[in-house]
Design a protein around this ligand. Sequence first.
Ligand code: NAD
Length: 256
Amino acid sequence: MVLIENVEKAQEALRGHLRVCDSAVAFTGAGLSTECGIPDFRSADSAWRRHPPIPFKDFVDDPDARALAWRRKFAMDDLTAGAQPGRGHRALTRLMEDGIVRSIVTQNIDGLHQAAGAPADRIVELHGNGGYATCLSCGCRHELKDVRPRFEASGAAPECACGGAVKSATVAFGQKMPQEALRRARAASLDCDLFLAIGTSLVVYPAAAFPVLAKENGAALVIVNGEATPLDQTADLVLRGDIGAILAPFALHAEK
Ligand code: NAD
């Protein structure tokens, strides 16, 4: 493993990997979006620590927990309203346009890859999307602009016309992962020769298994993150520093 902490040297090393690869996958986490004003999960001062997410079982079993989950969801939405893609999102979109990054597998639920112009069909959302809700019984989609006023007027957790509980379309702790997203993430990990893990603490499983899968299948593994991760020793290259600063030039010129 090579560790680089100098920004210019990190960019040079990353450029070297991008130049020789045929097909890269970007695997992104909450650290990509912190510069956009969306707190990550594990940093010490994170809003998520003060208001931990409600486990899925509690959401299903307990109407009060459901209502609390919705209150926290809307409070977090207010905190992050108007967030725009950052330098990392723009760099990855540019690398996709240049045919270098083939797909983005993200743990993020903020929709900022799509907002940065990455094609939706090449984004795999492992943990869902916080921009809408679904019924846990019939699966139908509910828009937040309809759910919120009803919730705020009644204080009761929203229900679908079928009687099912309506939940943000994200994957809660203890909730089954979306099988099609897992399948696509696995296929992408096995079909790349460069795997870029960016802005993730790499401790959430099964998501964090994909970098290992790609590496064991022969891909080079590059980790870009502000702090050490459990997979640093497995990686070929670890670029430690601010993601936006490291990726900024790739948004401008992503030459091969
Ligand atoms: P995490 O919070 O566990 O790890 C984020 C990592 O990014 C940390 O190691 C942190 O040091 C690093 N980081 C933060 N800002 C950085 C910066 N500017 N430059 C360099 N490094 C930076 O995030 P995770 O691994 O993605 O797991 C969190 C889980 O919570 C995910 O499952 C995700 O679904 C959810 N989540 C999503 C969002 C989002 O959609 N933006 C935000 C918070 C949590």
